[in-house]
Design a protein. Structure first.
Length: 400
């Protein structure tokens, strides 16, 4: 078996059960030449003194050189482990997720599958959608798919391994059916009483932002009678929630005409009055400034932008962008209004994001109050040893 021996002192993170091993921590790699060049090969990880630390998936081209499968010396990495972990992950979701048929079944490291994302849309007659984002889970793709089908009873599995992280693993971008039928152009799901059309094949992520479920419900609960502005709206997740909650009007802005078309379709699906919803195909930054110049204002504003910082070296630029939109958002917010603001940039910590928003409030001369700190739903758990799993963070602010 491939053996990775760490440099002296570099075992500390693994002893704290952090699942990533970087090249700078490795002293030497021993094994057959074919194993050393095989993405996803299982490796034994030892300290400089020979102490067992973990079994991990080796990735020769990645900056995360190995990702831990298990910290248990007596737990082999085999088909039985795959089945156990799939069963456990799904059982947790079935117990904890309610009022939806769009569910995150497996969330990477938190479920013992480093680099794997699996979403389930529309029940047994719908589709399981997988993203294999690391060499380890790529190597175990077939057993994982078999276990998912067996445990859910859903025969249709579609792959959306088209995220750029695959390239950093030295893996090709891949999409297509892994089992059963390909998804239709439109898959209908229901969440908190709202119907959404999802484009599994080409939509963002696996087709829908499942992680915002609880936050959409929160908007629904506070939208009644309010004029709402939803920025970076994509297919209108928050917009539909606001309409369901009785919003007086909803203006939704995004730079994708195709996404806005699905948003309009969602209004039709739910029988909402289309006169209450406006869909603007526009640049959010420019539009926010224009609205401020026009003296417009709103009772409830959602700022849910795409990832501004894909890596630590982009944090400074991203911080300026987050501050910009939050400053104007607070200026556009009426007294007594609510601002829901988010960052999905993993490189931006929750603490830093709050400081950025606080700076925006100070520049806007607004004494904003934090009513809630917002996170992804319960089907996106975070382990205590892997804080990197908390990529989505947000704040619910009140303007007194």
């Amino acid at each position: 078996m491939l053996t990775i021996t760490l440099k002296p002192g570099k075992e500390k993170s693994l002893l704290r059960r952090h699942p990533w091993i970087f090249p700078t921590a490795i002293d030497r790699i021993e094994g057959k030449p074919e194993e050393k060049n095989k993405p996803g090969a299982t490796a034994l990880v030892r300290s400089a003194t020979g102490q067992f630390l973990a079994r991990a998936a080796f990735s020769p081209k990645s900056q995360i050189r190995a990702r831990v499968w298990s910290f248990d010396e007596n737990e082999p990495i085999d088909h039985a482990l795959i089945k156990r972990r799939v069963k456990k992950a799904i059982a947790y979701r079935m117990q904890s997720v309610r009022d939806t048929d769009a569910i995150r079944l497996i969330f990477g490291e938190a479920d013992g599958f480093p680099g794997l994302v699996v979403d389930w849309y529309a029940g047994k007659q719908g589709h399981l959608v997988c993203q294999f984002q690391s060499a380890g889970v790529e190597a175990w793709k077939a057993p994982i798919v078999q276990a998912l089908i067996a445990e859910t009873g859903c025969p249709n599995v579609y792959e959306r391994s088209d995220a750029s992280v695959r390239e950093r693993e030295g893996l090709p971008l891949v999409t297509g059916a892994l089992a059963g039928n390909e998804p239709p152009e439109e898959t209908l799901v229901t969440e908190n009483g709202v119907r959404y059309a999802v484009d599994i094949k080409t939509g963002h992520k696996t087709g829908f932002y499942i992680d915002q479920r609880d936050n959409r419900r929160l908007v629904m609960e506070h939208a009644e009678g309010r004029d709402v502005l939803n920025c970076f709206c994509y297919t209108g997740g928050f917009s539909l929630a606001a309409l369901k909650g009785g919003a007086k009007s909803v203006v939704s802005i995004d730079s994708s005409g195709e996404a806005l078309a699905i948003g309009k379709r969602n209004v039709e699906l739910n029988g909402f009055d289309p006169a209450r919803a406006e869909w603007w195909d526009a640049d959010v930054f420019k539009t926010l400034r224009a609205l401020r110049e026009q003296g417009k204002s709103f009772d409830l504003i959602v700022l849910d932008p795409p990832k501004f910082a894909a890596s630590p070296d982009q944090v400074e630029r991203a911080a300026r962008a987050y501050k910009d939109i939050n400053l104007i958002g607070l200026q556009l917010l009426r007294e007594g209004g609510l601002l829901y603001t988010y960052s999905c940039s993993g490189a931006i910590s929750a603490d830093l994001f709050q400081k950025i928003v606080a700076g925006a409030a100070n520049d806007a001369k607004v004494d904003a109050r934090i009513l809630r700190r917002l996170h992804a739903g319960v089907d996106h758990p975070m382990t205590t040893s892997f804080p990197e799993g908390e990529y989505l963070k947000g704040l619910m602010l009140h303007k007194p």
